[in-house]
Write a protein that binds this ligand. Structure first.
Ligand code: FAD
Ligand code: PHB
Length: 394
């Protein structure tokens, strides 16, 4: 594969944000190169998000990468919250007229790779030492070293930093320019994937005396479950038997009785954090997705925010590169952040509502219980939950 010396847009990071941007640019006839640090097999094996907002579904369809999603994904009309040994079903379709799609991030990534390969877009994997230069000026460029050790320089008009929370893009923004806001939660989620039928036909978010649990799925014979656990727990401390008994103990009796267990085929621990960097632009560098903001997975918002950022950014780049108007680029950060902060708030609220905090006092628990009981009794409260979960407008 040959790496061009100049393209309009260099995209750093081949996660969902970077791949979707490359796809939307390609459909508009704008050339880009994606530089990804990992191997393709590694990127495709990361088990992460499972829930797509309807806006995300529509963006993927508009990028002509929605066919398999529409065939193999599952439309869910609601989710359930469990607490005090009961199950509260929140009817998204009835309350908002919208639904969600259960379709794994791994599958979205595969579909994007397939479309980019077919269109001949250059995606460089195992790109090391990727570094954007001179993004504050008019002639930025990006350097990297390929898997054979050869050094490259790509000149460009714009750089898209889509390289996730641990990427390099955000670090080139001077600290005098960037403001960051952060909340680190004192627990993590231990997640497993198992080839068992899901315990419920829709997701269950469980509040319990032993901590939070989540029952999700990928398809009829593939379940995804999570339990809240201490941040410093090692994976070894969680053999499958312990995981299953802990999960069962956190579910309402009736759901616990239906739980089918089996060997885990993947197990991982995720720390929970809220983080936002402002602004999402420095000169000709634009941050999108987890590179600019992170939410705890409780609200299922991370991938969806990456998609809404890219929806704005792609249109703005296409405008600037083909029509010559830079208004969209000038407004990108404010537009994206306005949506991001609402999802940060929702994810923080749901995290605080559903988890046991180590320093939680009896008063805090009573407030959680009162809020859950209010939610159960108030169509207005359920509507607010539902409209945030299915996704606010773009
Ligand atoms: P990433 O997916 O992190 O991609 C960034 C890419 O950049 C990676 O491939 C990385 O290898 C590459 N990279 C990093 N550094 C460099 C570098 N220096 N040079 C080149 N490449 C680099 N979101 C939801 O919407 N719904 C959910 O249900 C949900 N569930 C989740 C469950 C879990 C357990 C986790 C961990 C996350 C979940 N998320 C969910 C969040 C979602 O997975 C992320 O928000 C999403 O992956 C963000 O996409 P991205 O492309 O911005 O970043
Ligand atoms: C998942 O299926 O992995 C999933 C679903 C909902 C969440 C987080 C993760 O809130």
């Amino acid at each position: 594969m040959s790496v061009p010396a100049r393209v309009p847009v260099v995209i750093i990071g081949g996660g969902p944000a970077g791949l979707l941007l490359a796809r939307l640019l390609q459909l508009a006839g704008v050339e880009s190169v994606v530089l990804e640090r990992q191997t393709r097999a590694h990127v495709m094996s990361r088990v992460r998000a499972g829930v797509l907002e309807w806006g995300t579904v529509e963006v993927l369809r508009s990028a002509s990468v929605g066919d398999r999603m529409d065939r193999e994904g599952f439309v869910h009309d609601g989710v359930s919250l469990s607490f005090a040994d009961r199950l509260l079903h929140v009817d998204f379709a009835g309350l908002t007229g919208r639904s969600i799609m259960v379709y794994g991030q791994t599958e979205v990534t595969k579909d994007l790779y397939a479309a980019l390969d077919e269109a001949g877009v250059v995606v460089v994997d195992r790109a090391a030492d990727v570094l954007p230069h001179d993004v504050a000026g008019d002639a930025p460029f990006v350097t990297f070293v390929d898997a054979d050790g050869a050094a490259h320089r790509i000149d460009c008009a714009y750089v898209a930093g889509c390289d996730g929370f641990h990427g390099v893009s955000r670090t080139v923004i001077p600290s005098a320019v960037a403001r960051t806001y952060e909340r680190v939660y004192p627990f993590g989620w231990l997640g497993i994937l198992s080839e068992t039928p899901p315990v419920n036909d829709e997701l269950i978010y469980a509040h319990s005396a032993r901590g939070f649990a989540l029952c999700s799925m990928r398809h009829a014979l593939l379940s995804r479950y999570y339990v809240q656990c201490p941040l410093d727990d090692a994976l070894d401390a969680w053999p499958d038997d312990r995981f299953w008994s802990e999960l069962r103990a956190r579910l309402p009796t009736e759901a616990a009785a239906r739980l089918v267990t089996g060997p885990s085929i993947e197990k991982s621990l995720t720390p929970l954090r809220s983080f936002v960097a402002e602004p999402l632009r420095f000169g000709r560098l634009f941050l999108a997705g987890d590179a600019g903001h992170v939410v705890p997975p409780t609200g299922a918002k991370g991938l969806n925010l990456a998609v809404s950022d890219i929806h704005y950014l792609a249109a703005a780049l296409i405008d600037a590169l083909s029509g010559g108007s830079t208004t969209g680029l000038d407004e990108y950060s404010d537009r994206a952040l306005a949506r991001v902060w609402k999802a940060v708030r929702f994810s923080w609220w749901l995290t605080r509502l559903m988890h046991r905090f180590p320093d939680q006092e009896p008063f805090d628990l009573k407030i959680q219980e009162a809020e859950l009981s209010y939610l159960a009794g108030s169509p207005a409260a359920q509507q607010s939950f539902a409209e945030n979960y299915v996704g606010l407008g773009f």
